[in-house]
Design a protein around this ligand. Sequence first.
Ligand SMILES: [Zn+2]
Length: 352
Amino acid sequence: MISFREFVQAFRQAGLSSEHPVIVHASLSSVGEIRGGAETVLGALLSISRGVLAPTFTYKTMIVPEVGPEHNAMQYGTGKDQNRMAEFFRPDMPSDPLMGALPEAVRCHPNAHRSNHPILSFAGINLDDALQAQTIEDPFAPIGVLAAQGGLVLLIGVDHTVNTSLHYAERLAGRKQFVRWALTPQGVRECPGFSGCSDGFEQAAVEWAPFTRVAQVGGAAVRAIPLAPMLEAITSMIRRQPLALLCSKGAERCEEVARQEAARQEVAGLEVAGAAGATPVETPTAAPETQAVEMLEPKEMADMAPADDMPEIDENIEQDPAAETPPASKEARKTRPLPELHDYDETPGESN
Ligand SMILES: [Zn+2]
């Protein structure tokens, strides 16, 4: 049984202190048997860090529309089954089971707040300023606030393929972002600023090795990386090598980034050669004016009655109001066709 004390010791060794807030990603099953489970790990984190942030993403709110913008790495009109099983976002919705047990422990902590992005919400303790920075267009903004505060990324038994903060670096570097859609009680919400695929993120571990501190707890490595230098290294890496960190699994979003880069280079080549008539190519545009995502106080969350008169929803979207919260079993969720899921921050094998 791994104890609270062992976690505190490992976290100290990894460089955590009361000066630094942390964003944490963990596969607790890789640690071994933990006395007190996820709450023990969170307690240890809170005892020595300035604040704790965790992604509490909710992929089951996602729907696939019939039509949408081009070059968005999405097969429109193919989400009939997924759309039927999609759930409306609620502030008290549990995070996706793939996120693991620790984000849920953060979300359920009495002092926690949660941002209300319908897909990419974060839960945090003592980090309200980071949570309030999130907007629907800039979903990873909390990472920027954490970086400015001397924050660390903490990986417990997981690698950089779950390191959400790297998505923020991709955005800073001007990499292609995507649009996704989520069911909310107010209707279908367009969510721009959606990240690319993270399957290739471990490739650049060498870039941040110099400032990574490593410790061990039970069967798991604990790695802590200061956010600011990591973001700087990765942003400049992507600017130098526009295809850096893409995976080779044929994932749609990685292929779209590569396609766009190839087109950009072709145009640049034509311009250099002085050739006329080059066709304009879509380039990443500046983020539109931001729209604040409100943060709910725990009390407000409790007060929020489920909306019984659902507003009209895009008629293109197949929906069944009666299925607002289908008690989909874990099994059903696993077998549900969600081709995007494997691309996000997973914590495989997490069960406790
Ligand atoms: Zn990929």
